[in-house]
Design a protein around this ligand. Structure first.
Ligand SMILES: [Zn+2]
Length: 325
């Protein structure tokens, strides 16, 4: 089994379960999706879904999963969790683009039905079913990590997005675990969203995070040494570790408001190269659009995901601020 190469070749012939000497079993369950069943699971055995490549140009986490499966098959990594590894958008990975028809991370939680006929909608529906079936068999120890990288640089190179969970914060031990995995900041979402991690949090009862792990580069151009922290943490999860720890939790942020592009008159008054989490000075004009003016206040706000090139009516950035621990 050559997970990544076969997925990129579009292999749809799925070989049967592959038994390993340690008693575990590896099997393809769909294109780009592998399940690992440990040798002697019991009621305490944790359940871990790791997805990468929801955006097809974000290749480093995809390579991490490929190396992990190689090590499992070679007996260098012995799995003591129920694991599903997903290369989420093989068609976009093959083309080296973020998406083919529509941004897949806006299509979960049923949103795919509003974009029926797009390639990403079909795949998002398939991933939802795979995740739901996987976690339907699970005990309470469920975790989904959806791995991404970003085009833009970031003041915090690696950060997590915690999907909305009915106003509840992630458990402190999960925040500590994220810090131990090299995550430097956590954005707490303050509303439902059509992302994959929101779906598994809400519909599958999993602890779930979107992880932004550094810069997006094409296959073969990734410096995987910059991903060692998360790589080690993923491997420990597969070995059966529970996500907790005693590292100080990362700083938390919440959204204050979205900057909306109302018209083509929209002007973002930040450099094209501005990093995510760049601080905004009190009184700084962030953007304007006709009579709409977005001005920073208080001196502790920061900009996240600025993008003036979206269609009118869509979000062109988020203004965030620190949240209390
Ligand atoms: Zn992404």
């Amino acid at each position: 089994m050559d997970f990544l190469a076969e997925t990129l070749r579009g292999q749809r012939h799925l070989p049967g379960p592959l038994p390993l000497p340690d008693g575990s079993r590896v099997e393809y369950v769909a294109e780009g999706v592998v399940r690992i069943t440990p040798g002697s699971p019991d009621a305490e055995t944790p359940w871990r879904l790791i997805s990468a490549g929801v955006h097809g140009n974000e290749t480093a986490p995809v390579e991490l999963l490929d190396f992990i499966i190689r090590d499992v098959l070679a007996g260098r990594l012995v799995v003591h969790s129920h694991v599903m590894l997903q290369l989420a958008n093989p068609a976009a990975l093959r083309s080296g683009v973020r998406y083919l028809d529509y941004d897949m991370n806006r299509l979960f939680g049923g949103a795919h039905r509003r974009h029926a006929g797009t390639q990403e909608a079909l795949r998002a529906a398939e991933l939802e079913t795979l995740a739901a079936d996987f976690f339907a068999q699970a005990n309470a120890d469920r975790l989904h990590l959806d791995l991404h990288t970003a085009i833009r640089g970031s003041v915090f190179e690696r950060f997590a997005i915690s999907p909305w969970q009915d106003g509840n914060r992630p458990a402190p031990e999960q925040l500590s675990w994220l810090a131990g995995a090299g995550i430097e900041a956590v954005l707490l979402h303050s509303a439902p969203s059509p992302t994959y991690s929101y779906y598994t949090r809400q519909q599958c009862g999993a602890a779930a995070f979107t992880l932004e792990l550094g810069k997006a580069r094409p296959f073969g151009h990734n410096d995987l040494t910059r991903f060692q922290g998360i790589d080690k943490a993923l491997r420990r999860l597969l070995e059966g570790e529970t996500p907790d720890g005693d590292a100080p939790p990362p700083p938390l942020f919440t959204a204050r408001y979205d900057i909306i592009k109302h018209s083509d008159a929209f002007r973002l008054h930040l450099a094209d190269s501005v990093d995510n989490f760049t601080p905004l000075a009190d009184g700084q004009l962030i953007a304007e659009d006709g009579e709409h003016r977005y001005v920073a206040s208080g001196g502790n706000e920061r900009i996240l995901f600025p993008n003036p090139n979206v269609q009118a009516g869509l979000r062109a950035g988020i203004v965030i601020h620190p949240a209390d621990h």
